[in-house]
Design a protein around this ligand. Structure first.
Ligand SMILES: NC(=O)c1ccc[n+]([C@@H]2O[C@H](COP(=O)([O-])OP(=O)(O)OC[C@H]3O[C@@H](n4cnc5c(N)ncnc54)[C@H](OP(=O)(O)O)[C@@H]3O)[C@@H](O)[C@H]2O)c1
Length: 211
């Protein structure tokens, strides 16, 4: 069975997930960081697009200080052309790491297993089937905007969680939680059901589920 897909991201009060320089900015406060690390620890795998690896160089590890018992999830990168920098922190060997590439782009990536799935872009349904066969039951998608768009546009999102911070970033070109092409017509929009709102430190957490 394919995994349950949970999207989690943090955005500014004006709906941006990074600055116009596309560099990581601190949006989660300490209370939200603790929530994110607990959520990571509960999931079997965490996924980002290669754009996030190139921009932010995240390690995607669970920090010991936030959880009682660390259970590092599998780390997954969508990377059609296998562009991942070989010195990326995510390749540090600290937990199992999978790089999904498209046909003809498989290459050696020390610190990761390289899997081929798709022709132009990673075929998300095919990838979810592979992950399901590996026993991955929950997949946390952390970004960035193009990656989240590809899950949303394919109708694959079961839960959508967004922490809204008290910062304003601005900029027409600053990335947002769901970028990519976007839906053109109102009848194409994805409706999600608000299930919980939580005041958290300096911001608010909104939790939605598939309608
Ligand atoms: N605030 C937050 O919570 C948060 C979290 C994460 C990231 N961010 C921000 O998000 C920004 C990066 O976002 P981004 O949109 O540029 O990049 P991204 O979503 O991280 O990565 C997009 C790339 O993934 C690859 N890809 C392969 N298969 C794909 C598929 N099926 N669907 C979508 N992408 C696929 C594509 O590159 P190839 O064609 O080369 O494969 C695509 O360009 C950064 O500024 C980062 O700071 C913010």
């Amino acid at each position: 069975m394919p995994p349950r897909v949970i999207v989690n991201c943090a955005m500014s009060a004006d709906g941006k997930i990074a600055s116009r320089m596309r560099k990581q900015v601190r949006l989660s406060d300490e209370a939200d960081m603790a929530r994110v690390h607990r959520l990571r620890n509960e999931c079997d795998a965490i996924l980002v697009g290669v754009g996030t690896v190139l921009a932010d160089d995240p390690s995607l590890l669970v920090k010991v200080k936030y959880v009682d018992e660390v259970k590092q999830p599998v780390r997954i990168i969508l990377d059609s052309g296998c562009r991942i920098p070989r010195e990326a922190k995510i390749l540090d060997g600290a937990s199992r790491t999978l790089v999904f590439v498209t046909e003809g782009h498989a290459a050696d990536v020390p610190g990761a297993e390289v899997l081929t799935c798709g022709k132009e872009r990673i075929d998300l349904n095919g990838m979810l089937a592979i992950l399901g066969d590996m026993g991955i039951g929950t997949l946390l998608v952390e970004g960035g905007g193009r990656t989240i768009w590809s899950f949303v546009s394919a109708g694959l999102v079961d839960e959508f969680k967004v922490f809204i911070s008290n910062r304003i970033i601005g900029g027409a070109n600053a990335p947002t939680p769901v970028d990519g092409e976007g839906f053109g017509e109102e009848n194409e929009f994805t409706n999600i059901r608000l299930v919980k709102t939580t005041m958290s430190g300096s911001g608010v957490l909104l939790e939605f589920e598939r309608e």
